[in-house]
Structures are given as structure tokens and as C-alpha cells.
Design a protein around this ligand. Structure first.
Ligand code: FE2
Length: 248
């Protein structure tokens, strides 16, 4: 069982595929990477895209039936990538889809350049209500790259961290690869995910990413990431490794 917890594969929902055929081709790409379960996470509240929970679920139903017809051994599961915004808590039960509809894990996207001042209070509120925030592609945030300690602080307070497969493989540049591997070494990363959008520019790359992790950090780290992703779709909690605070 191999779970991907962040990607854009639903046709016509965001900047992922536009047609059903493109979606199926992208899912085939996931299958070639060994992925068996895709928690799909269309962009939500990012200033461009807003989603409707029922529309996401309907599209998934259609897509899963199509995959079964074509004998593609992948199951699609609902989720969302929610842009961090001030009303997130108010909208939690009405319009936000947790990962795997688990009512536990919320995938949260930061703005590109900074960490909003209300991040800590929203994360705190989320956790009070029994949710666990997962920071999407943490390595892509400029403030986190400049001040990794701020990421350590959020993790110490209970947030989890996802990094992108393409950053692990070096496809997003050597500097980002170095940074991500250091974050992994310091045990401040909990998930590798594809953030796949299309087969040409942003494919799954999951297999290659886990290969790099195994080469550089060992099998135990690969298992840790893969097991954590299974916990997400089961909606079960796990004990994250303690971050090794120190200079990156
Ligand atoms: Fe994404």
C-alpha cells in the first residue's frame, strides 16, 4: 500500500488536468510509481480556486468507476489543499474537506513568501478541536527557508510537515534538494508527497523520491514516511519522531 497525500488529479477543479482523459493518464503515472491510494487535494481558498465538497466527492466517484473499468489499481480518496486564511476555523465543518475525510488531518498551504502572523493561533485552534495541521510543501516557503527555526517551532507545537517529491529528487533544483534532505535529517518532515499536476511538468516522481531517501537516509526513514501517510487515510494518530533541533 502506497499513499500519496497531496496532488491535483481531478479534472477541471484547479490547475491540474482539464479532461477525464488527462486525469486518467496522470493516475496511470501514479500507478507506475507504485501509488495505490491517492488522496486528491484540489486547491481551495487560494484566491483562484474555491471548491465544493459534494462536487469533489462526485468527481471522485466517477473517476474511481472509470479506473475500475480500465483495471487501473488505484483508489482515489477525497481531500483538499486549503490555503491558510483567517476564516479557516469558521469554515472547518462547513466547507473544508480533511484528508481522506478523516476529520483529523488538514492539508494547509502557506503563502509563498511568508508565514502569516495568525498561523500559530489557527494551528492551536485546530488542535483544540482535535485536528492536526499538515504544512504543504514547507520547503517552498521563503520565510521557512530563511528561518528554518520557525518550522521547528510549529512542529514542536504539533504541526506536521509535507515536502514535495520533486524537491527530494532535485527536479526543483539542487539547493532545494539539499534543504529538504537536511529537514528530513533533522526529523522535521513527516510526509513525502507528489503535488502532481500533470505528467509532463509536475508528474508523480514518488518512486524516485523514495529511492533518494533510501540512498541518503536509509530504509527506516522511507518506512516512516510511508506509514505516516497510511495513518492519514485511516484518520489515526501516530507518534512523530522528535525534531533534532540544531543548525541546518
Ligand atoms: Fe498542491
Amino acid at each position: 500500500m502506497l499513499v500519496d497525500i497531496h496532488n491535483h488529479i481531478l479534472p477541471g477543479f484547479d490547475d491540474g488536468p482539464t479532461t477525464e482523459l488527462e486525469a486518467v493518464i496522470l493516475i496511470q503515472n501514479a500507478a507506475q510509481n507504485g501509488v495505490t491510494h491517492i488522496v486528491t487535494t484540489p486547491h481551495h481558498r487560494n484566491g483562484v480556486f474555491d471548491q465544493d465538497i459534494e462536487e469533489i466527492k462526485n468527481s471522485i466517484q466517477i473517476l474511481n468507476a472509470l479506473l475500475e473499468d480500465r483495471e487501473i489499481q488505484v483508489t482515489i480518496i477525497p481531500g483538499m489543499e486549503v490555503h491558510l486564511h483567517g476564516e479557516l476555523i469558521d469554515e472547518l465543518t462547513s466547507s473544508i474537506l480533511t484528508l481522506g475525510d478523516s476529520k483529523k488531518y488538514v492539508l494547509i498551504e502557506f503563502p509563498t513568501y511568508h508565514i502569516p502572523h495568525f498561523t500559530e493561533s489557527i494551528f492551536y485552534e485546530l488542535q483544540l478541536k482535535g485536528y492536526i495541521p499538515i504544512i504543504a510543501h514547507a520547503e517552498k516557503n521563503t520565510e521557512i527557508r530563511r528561518h528554518p527555526k520557525k518550522l521547528f517551532d510549529l512542529v514542536t507545537k504539533g504541526a506536521l510537515v509535507q515536502v514535495t517529491a520533486a524537491s527530494v529528487t532535485g527536479a526543483n533544483g539542487r539547493d532545494l534538494q539539499k534543504f529538504v534532505l537536511k529537514l528530513c535529517q533533522h526529523q522535521v518532515v513527516h510526509f513525502i508527497a507528489s503535488d502532481a499536476h500533470d505528467v509532463l511538468k509536475r508528474p508523480f516522481l514518488i518512486k524516485q523520491a523514495y529511492h533518494v531517501i533510501q540512498q541518503k537516509l536509509g530504509k527506516k526513514v522511507v518506512s516512516y514516511f510511508q506509514e505516516n501517510a497510511i495513518h492519514v487515510i485511516n484518520g489515526t494518530e501516530f507518534q512523530p519522531w522528535v525534531p533534532l533541533i540544531g543548525k541546518l
